[in-house]
Design a protein around this ligand. Structure first.
Ligand SMILES: Cc1cc2nc3c(=O)[nH]c(=O)nc-3n(C[C@H](O)[C@H](O)[C@H](O)COP(=O)(O)OP(=O)(O)OC[C@H]3O[C@@H](n4cnc5c(N)ncnc54)[C@H](O)[C@@H]3O)c2cc1C
Ligand code: FES
Length: 335
């Protein structure tokens, strides 16, 4: 992209100058564009700061010289790329830039909480009234204050006018703690849907194996319901697991799946404490399933869980091309 207003953009001391909302902000060494704007108290929606949630999208307006933003456009659609949108948490500019908030038809939209119910010691079930549509397995970004956002996966199929979420409440978490205290009738803002963790019904499989740790169950509930419609002859094994039995929970959707003869639902424990209690270990259950060479596998939960069982499934014969995963970027690595 060619410079349109180089003189206005160039900073006196060679540190890039960022123009946003007609104000100039100086970038510090090693900072991302998002970090710079947040340091200057600009209200830029953001969440993961890892290039996943897409909530920090900005539009490049002008640049001082040529700039390649392709590396900061990962996961964006071709039309978003063509409009010079990029993820501001993924760009460390070396030159001065002017940027603006993205208005790409995926703006934040209001939704109303219709249910906020505790379903275990640490998990709340939320229903939101919304016209948003999503594909089973996708997630939305949710914000309470217009700035801090977090990703949450839909547990249900779109079309009912309600989006259902399972939220693990972190007592010191910035968003989940406040969200789980909201009353029905409260307003939130959501954006999306986002994500490619979808049922691959174009690929043959003898069995679908769904493994979810903690609230990693959420997208698998939607995928399982979708699979029952799209692949009625393919058996499904859904294993809900956690590091500790207390992190497992029950819900209506899981019970409905359990009542369906096409699905086998199991519970298991993984991690260092696995095998100490009454629950079978996830490794034992996977061994009992036999070689996984003909399975299609879906993994969802903390990064630690996903990494461990991507390898675990591969070691049991699953093809890497048939393992699909969604890692919840959490700091605690507890679920
Ligand atoms: C694609 C995707 C889908 C997701 N789907 C779901 C879902 O369906 N359900 C669900 O419950 N969650 C889901 N998550 C996780 C969710 O987005 C949030 O990460 C989670 O709710 C925590 O947010 P929080 O604001 O409450 O906590 P945060 O404020 O982000 O903190 C989380 C925990 O980490 C600790 N922490 C915060 N910052 C640091 C740090 N710098 N170093 C060490 N520890 C730190 C906090 O003390 C707290 O205990 C998903 C995540 C992704 C990426
Ligand atoms: S904050 Fe940039 S992609 Fe999540």
């Amino acid at each position: 992209m060619k410079s349109l207003r180089p003189r206005a953009l160039r900073a006196a001391n060679d540190m890039p100058d960022i123009i946003f909302n007609s104000q100039h902000f100086e970038l510090s060494r090693g900072e991302t564009l998002l970090q710079c704007l947040l340091r200057h108290r600009q209200a830029i929606p953001h969440g993961c700061q890892a290039g996943v949630c897409q909530s920090c999208r900005l539009k490049l307006v002008t640049a001082d010289g040529t700039i390649d933003i392709a590396a900061a456009q990962s996961g964006l659609s071709p039309s978003q790329r063509a409009e010079n949108l990029f993820l501001s948490c993924q760009l460390q500019p070396r030159q001065s830039l002017e940027v603006a908030l993205a208005h790409d038809g995926r703006d934040w939209q209001p939704a109303t909480i219709t249910e906020c119910r505790q379903i275990s010691n640490s998990v709340w079930q939320l229903s939101l009234a919304t016209a948003l549509r999503w594909q089973p397995g996708q997630y939305i970004n949710l914000t309470l204050n217009g700035v801090d956002s977090r990703c949450y996966s839909a547990t249900n199929l779109a079309g009912s006018g309600h989006l259902q979420l399972h939220i693990r409440r972190f007592p010191d978490g910035q968003v989940s703690d406040a969200l789980c205290q909201r009353q029905p009738g409260s307003a939130v803002h959501i954006m999306g849907p986002v994500g490619e963790f979808l049922l691959r019904d174009d690929r043959p499989a003898k069995r679908l194996l769904l493994l979810g740790s903690g609230t990693g169950l959420a997208p698998l509930l939607a995928i399982a319901q979708h699979a029952l419609l799209r692949l009625p002859d393919t058996p499904i094994t859904l294993i809900h697991c956690a590091r500790t039995p207390a992190e497992l929970y029950d819900c209506d959707a899981l019970q409905a799946l359990q009542a369906n003869s096409a699905i086998t639902v199991q519970r298991a424990q993984w991690g260092e404490a696995a095998g100490d209690g009454n629950l079978p270990t996830l490794d034992t259950q996977l061994d009992e399933l036999g070689p996984l060479g003909s399975d299609q596998c879906y993994l969802s939960g903390s990064s630690a869980f996903v990494q461990r069982y991507q390898r675990g499934l591969f070691m049991r014969g699953a093809s890497r091309a048939q393992i699909f995963s969604e890692a919840f970027l959490d700091f605690s690595q507890q679920v």
